[in-house]
Write a new protein. Structure first.
Lengths: 254, 667, 329
């Protein structure tokens, strides 16, 4: 079973996000890039599948700040092959461009299964997973929180609102958009990652020109306005609690 | 003339008694040696290498202090006196027998007054011994303290040694009953018992026969004791002093050993017996099952599955069961972690060091627990909360998951702004720490600290955003790689600064900066906790108080300030200087009872506990009449104890204040 | 090529999903400017009835000018391959001005693939549109908004809820339904094996009037008890966000959010919840949201009626005690 996982790095929402002088993009200077949480789950799911049924896991990510750590951590979890795609990612690329860059490499590797996070917090033109599926003409199922593999066929548990799950049979090769892995991403000790830095190698592939066509043209990016902000209740714990009790009474629940 | 007569009353008809004695004792000693060797060889055959042969004179000093004088055993009065009676009795009898042997074959020293003193001393110690034995019996059968292992094996040992000593007493008394020398009073105990024999009116011949019988029995029981010593509960007679001899010398208590590596530079993790050092395996065999560690352990008291005693005994039991197969090279190592010692047990430890402080034979529980935790971390076996905290520490340098840019946000209201140590030289570099920087409830205290420093006119600066968690608890959780990474970042930041002294708010930061960070250049610049600094200033007259607060307070010694680094007096002098009256907690000084946050516990799920250590401590405090303030010197203590005061419903009764708050109020 | 705005109606097991109405409301806005009609695209099998039945009295007909019905057994239940193939044909032929998909488990399965397959631009996470053909999308957990003009001649978009109310996409008149020929749907690579019902759970949080909800800020499983105590005092029920359920600290039946339940309680007490869009969209119908969070910038404060910037652990037990006292217990 040849499994590929695509991961990208996205802005860390812990940091304050500001708009750059152009007014149409995030200011990268103060941004910290971290692995897209859903891609982290995709890596975990991929490793779980390998642990259960054998196979090879390749992780591919674009060459931006933090990618080495992402890939070595994946290696420490059990990924066999690490590939980073070099290209002009500095200004930020849209998902269409990224998907096409991934597609070139994925096509070459001929996987049975491609896993990636179902979405990312900076998606503005769709998500990498289904875009890639479109490029490679593979079937795509997203919002998946569990996968089983059985000789060339896969069963994906797709999530719907209200806790409803649909079990979809997906013919391989396919692209699956992971909502959550079957278990939370495991912890990898720093020393293990450092060890991987010494023993594993990251292959580099150059992206042929990044083609962003199909993406959205942004005329203005801005911080969400507070809109109608909540009425804040202040004071120490006792005072706040008392005021809340008053509110509960007003609302008729007490 | 009084002198020792060899083999009094022992017939020579079947040959020289000496021959029998030496032959039999040789046999017993050979058995002792062989069995002991069988046990001991497991230590170095199964366990990892470690150098503990250095500085012999210091080690011998420790043996005298802890194994002979038995200082630590004496830290509890009843069992201390009890054991001294038993142990010193035995030392004396051993010495006495040795002297008697020298007397028979080499120099006749046991005659005249020497002999009388010899008899008197031995008799006195016989009495001490029997008192000790009686105390022991009372303890084991009536008192039955929970910390002891009340198994038959221990009773048998006690019975055996009492029988041996009684044998000696009885033979002596029978001889005295027959001989009735003038100097008999120099053997008061023997002479007393002799009266009983005399009272029976038995003839000399009968008494001599009884003497022979008991003498033979005595010889047999001594032989039995020697032969069974390595497999019974008396093994500690040998392993205890050995353990003391080999105790940790190369590093201060507050420093952990790095992760060991194979010749090929691969790390060795303590998941199995092979991963532990030979000394750690010896720890197992040295354990007397006294349970003092357990009694002092906050995790055990809280009802978690951890008992430091059981951890050590698990190592011992594993070695006993699997040791020989491991030595035989039977490949399959005995998995310790997860099987005999469950993950939860290891994670429950707060690394407070109370167990290590208590142990009479100097077992190093915390080191073993951390070694095993290192394995759990590598395997990713930890609860989700701890994982989250470690991931935050790795990414943001603090466990709160907040940006490092927010680290100095607490300084915003401070005018004039605190100096940036990265940009200008300072005299004191104040390493603030995670909790003091990020915890919203503690910001108040941090600001007061800054104000105290300013008012005292100290030239102080902080690292602002360059500061990271110092890593003390990261290391104790077992994430050595993360600790190294944090230490590297902090050391790099520090190396760019010009300063004379490092001051910390937090004892955990203090411990690791002082004991575990590599020296800066050639000189190690001093690391002080703020209590030490303020104490120095008070002594030098540079810090004066304008008010006398007059509170009646009690003080909780933080584990990493007190027990680990010996700073007890400075905070107390400060309390006094602020005009407060100090009433000591029952468990104070190096007996202080941990708040339960250390060892990464504050980052973990609490789990099933019966009573939080912090609540137990608050309950201890409220028993002190009229004490209104609970003074601490650690931000985590403030957090834990303020919560505990609420949850135990003592908000009207007790207020938790950091030491700096007293100083601030009294300035 | 036309100036119509197509809305890909989402339905699951005989029920039209609320997002469909939101999309129709957005489509109406766009249609004003484009001069075209709002066209609801209904794929399914025997699904025409979903367009709405005015006599049912609920006024829940699709507020569309017309409905295009694509009927095929393979479309009876949503599967990405069949729907994508059916729509590729339709969109390729009709070339409408805009095609709106839901930013949901259904919509996102097909929108991006169609964008590449048909070579049409795609804008996602749209909240609102304006009649001059502009969109406003949200990213970064709702903290950042991006505005732009929908590219022509045909644009695909996915929509998130929150910009319009469902009522704005509903009407009392059922639109005319036109059958559209569906291409052959063979060798489908994705098929539905079965549905798995959610665990019944002891409570249906969607029906509860008082909800005490916990997020990541609750920190661990033990602390859930504090929320339980408060809920009990108030006479309500505990629920939680995705991270809490993923850790198994609460049953799946208690999940509030995009993949969980939409709730409309009288009061929704959000403890230590940041208010990310996936969660926010499921609670905006609450009577009043009361949020407690240490981060004043948390998006939850933008949808809450009342808020307090404090540590939930400083407040919970005090609040529970005061509620009990107020109830006279």
């Amino acid at each position: 079973m040849n499994i590929i996982i695509l991961a990208k790095l996205v802005p860390d929402l812990v940091e304050e996000l500001t708009i750059d002088p152009s007014g149409v993009a995030l200011d990268m200077a103060w941004l910290r890039l971290i692995i897209n949480e859903f891609d982290d789950h995709a890596i975990e799911q991929g490793i779980l599948l390998k642990e259960r049924g054998g196979g090879q896991v390749t992780v591919i990510a674009p060459d931006v700040e933090g990618v080495d750590d992402l890939l070595f951590t994946a290696a420490a979890k059990g990924a066999d092959r690490l590939i980073k795609i070099a290209g002009d990612f500095a200004g930020g690329v849209n998902n269409h461009a990224l998907a096409r860059a991934f597609a070139a490499v994925v096509k070459e590797l001929q996987p049975d299964l491609v896993l990636t996070g179902v979405q990312a917090n900076n998606d503005l033109d769709g998500s990498v997973g289904p875009l890639l599926a479109g490029c490679l003409e593979m079937p795509y199922v997203g919002y998946v929180s569990g996968i089983t593999l059985n000789d060339g066929k896969s069963k994906a548990r797709k999530e719907y609102p209200g806790g409803l799950i649909a079990e979809m049979e997906v013919a391989l090769p396919a692209v699956i958009g992971i909502q959550a892995a079957e278990q939370p991403p495991r912890y990898i000790a720093v020393s293990k990652v450092r060890q991987m830095m010494k023993t594993s190698a990251i292959e580099e592939r150059a992206a042929s020109e990044l083609d962003p066509s199909g993406g959205a043209a942004i005329s203005r990016m801005f911080q969400a306005e507070a809109g109608q902000r909540a009425t804040m209740v202040t004071g120490n714990a006792d005072e706040v609690a008392a005021k809340l009790v008053g509110i509960f009474k007003e609302l008729g629940v007490l | 003339m009084p002198e020792r007569i060899d083999y009094w009353g022992i017939p020579t008809t079947w040959g020289s008694p000496a021959l029998y004695v030496y032959f039999f004792m040789a046999l017993a000693c050979i058995l002792l040696a062989v069995r002991f060797y069988q046990r001991a060889r497991l230590w170095w055959r199964v366990g990892r290498q470690e150098v503990r042969w250095d500085r012999l004179h210091v080690r011998l000093g420790r043996v005298i202090k802890y194994a002979i004088v038995q200082e630590k055993v004496l830290s509890q009065k009843y069992p201390g006196i009890m054991h001294l009676g038993l142990a010193w009795g035995f030392f004396m009898f051993f010495l006495g027998t040795a002297l008697a042997t020298i007397n028979s074959h080499f120099i006749k020293i046991l005659q005249g007054n020497t002999y009388l003193i010899y008899k008197f001393v031995l008799d006195t110690f016989t009495v001490f011994f029997l008192i000790g034995a009686a105390m022991a019996a009372y303890r084991r059968f009536i008192q039955r303290p929970r910390r002891l292992t009340l198994k038959p094996g221990f009773v048998w040992s006690l019975v055996l040694v009492v029988v041996i000593v009684l044998g000696g007493l009885l033979t002596e008394s029978l001889r005295l009953a027959v001989e009735r020398p003038e100097w008999a009073i120099w053997s008061p105990a023997g002479w007393l018992v002799a009266q009983a024999w005399i009272a029976t009116g038995a003839s000399d011949a009968t008494l001599t026969n009884w003497h022979l019988g008991i003498w033979i029995f005595h010889l047999l029981t001594v032989g039995l004791m020697l032969a069974t010593l390595p497999v019974g509960t008396l093994l500690h007679i040998l392993t205890g002093p050995l353990n003391v001899f080999f105790s940790k010398l190369d590093r201060p208590t507050g420093r952990l050993a790095p992760i060991p590596e194979t010749a090929k530079h691969e790390p060795i993790y303590a998941s199995t017996l092979n991963g532990l050092t030979w000394k750690q395996l010896l720890d197992g065999d040295a354990c007397t099952e006294c349970g003092r560690c357990q009694d002092a352990c906050p995790a055990f008291t809280a009802g978690t599955p951890l008992s430091p005693k059981q951890v050590i005994l698990s190592i011992r039991d594993a070695l006993r069961q699997d040791g020989s197969t491991l030595v035989g090279g039977n490949g399959q190592s005995s998995i310790l972690v997860g099987k005999r010692i469950k993950d939860e047990i290891l994670w429950s430890c707060t690394t407070c060091g109370a167990c290590v402080r208590e142990c009479p034979v100097l077992i190093e529980h915390v080191d073993a627990i951390v070694d095993m935790r290192r394995y759990l971390v590598i395997e990713g076996r930890m609860d989700a909360e701890l994982q989250g905290a470690l991931e935050n520490l790795g990414r943001y340098g603090n466990s709160f998951g907040q940006s490092e840019r927010m680290r100095a946000r607490w300084t915003q209201p401070i005018q004039p702004p605190i100096k940036d140590a990265r940009r200008e030289p300072v005299e004191y570099l104040w390493f603030v720490g995670d909790y003091a920087s990020y915890s919203p409830t503690l910001t108040d205290i941090t600001i007061k600290t800054a104000e105290v420093f300013r008012k005292t006119g100290l030239d102080i600066g902080i690292l602002y955003d360059a500061e990271r968690n110092a890593g003390n608890d990261v290391r104790r959780v077992g994430e050595e790689g993360l600790f190294e990474m944090l230490a590297e970042k902090n050391a790099a930041a520090l190396s760019k600064c010009t300063y004379q002294v490092i001051v910390t708010t937090d004892p955990h930061t203090y411990n690791t900066l002082k004991n575990e960070y590599p020296a800066n250049g050639d000189e190690r610049r001093p690391v002080l906790h703020y209590a030490e600094l303020l104490d120095q200033l008070i002594t030098a007259g540079k810090l004066k108080f304008s008010k006398k607060l007059g509170y009646k307070v009690t003080y909780h010694d933080p584990c990493y300030l007190g027990r680990y680094n010996g700073v007890y007096d400075a905070p107390r002098r400060i309390i006094q200087a602020t005009g407060c009256e100090l009433v000591e907690m029952p468990r104070h000084g190096d007996r202080s009872f941990c708040c339960g946050a250390g060892g990464g516990r504050i980052w973990m799920t609490e789990g099933e506990i019966q009573e939080r250590p912090s609540e137990s401590r608050i309950r201890e405090a409220v028993k002190l009449d009229d004490v209104t303030t609970f003074v601490v010197a650690c931000p985590k203590d403030v957090t834990m104890f303020r919560d505990a005061v609420k949850t135990t419903g003592n908000e009207q009764r007790l207020e938790v204040k950091d030491l700096i708050e007293l100083v601030h109020a009294a300035l | 090529m036309n100036q119509d705005i197509y809305v890909i109606v989402e339905h699951l097991r005989g029920q039209v999903a609320e997002i469909s109405y939101v999309m129709l409301a957005g489509a109406r806005e766009l249609a004003k400017g484009s001069g075209g009609s709002v066209v609801a695209v209904l794929l399914g099998h025997n699904a025409q009835g979903l367009a709405g039945n005015p006599s049912a009295g609920s006024g829940q007909c699709l507020a569309a000018d017309k409905v295009l019905s694509l009927e095929h057994p393979a479309l009876a239940e949503f599967t990405s391959d069949a729907y994508q193939k059916a729509l590729a044909g339709l969109i390729g032929k009709d070339q409408p001005r805009v095609v709106i998909f839901g930013s949901t488990s259904i919509g996102t399965d097909i929108a991006s693939t169609l964008s590449v397959r048909l070579g049409l631009p795609l804008v996602s996470s749209c909240r609102t549109f304006s009649s001059d053909g502009k969109f406003v999308s949200q990213i970064c957990g709702g903290k950042i908004m991006a505005e732009g003009v929908l590219p022509g001649p045909t644009a695909l978009v996915t929509m998130v809820p929150g910009g319009y109310k469902a009522e704005q996409g509903q009407s009392t008149q059922s639109p005319a339904v036109t059958q559209v020929e569906v291409p052959a749907l063979e060798s489908l690579r994705v098929t539905l094996a079965s549905y798995i019902e959610p665990e019944a759970g002891d409570v249906d949080i969607a029906k509860e009037p008082i909800l005490v909800s916990v997020g990541r800020g609750i920190q661990n499983q033990d602390n859930i008890q504090l929320a339980e105590d408060l809920a009990q005092a108030l006479g309500g029920v505990v629920c939680g966000t995705r991270p809490v359920i993923d850790q198994d600290w609460l049953a799946t039946s208690r999940l509030v959010g995009k993949s969980g339940k939409h709730v409309k309680p009288k009061i929704y007490l959000a403890l230590g919840i940041s208010g990310a869009p996936e969660h926010a969209e499921a609670i905006t119908d609450s009577g009043a949201i009361i949020a407690i969070n240490t981060d004043p910038a948390a998006p939850i404060f933008n949808i809450a009626k009342y808020g307090a910037e404090m540590d939930i652990f400083d407040l919970i037990e005090v609040l529970t005690a005061q509620v009990k006292a107020a109830k006279g217990g």
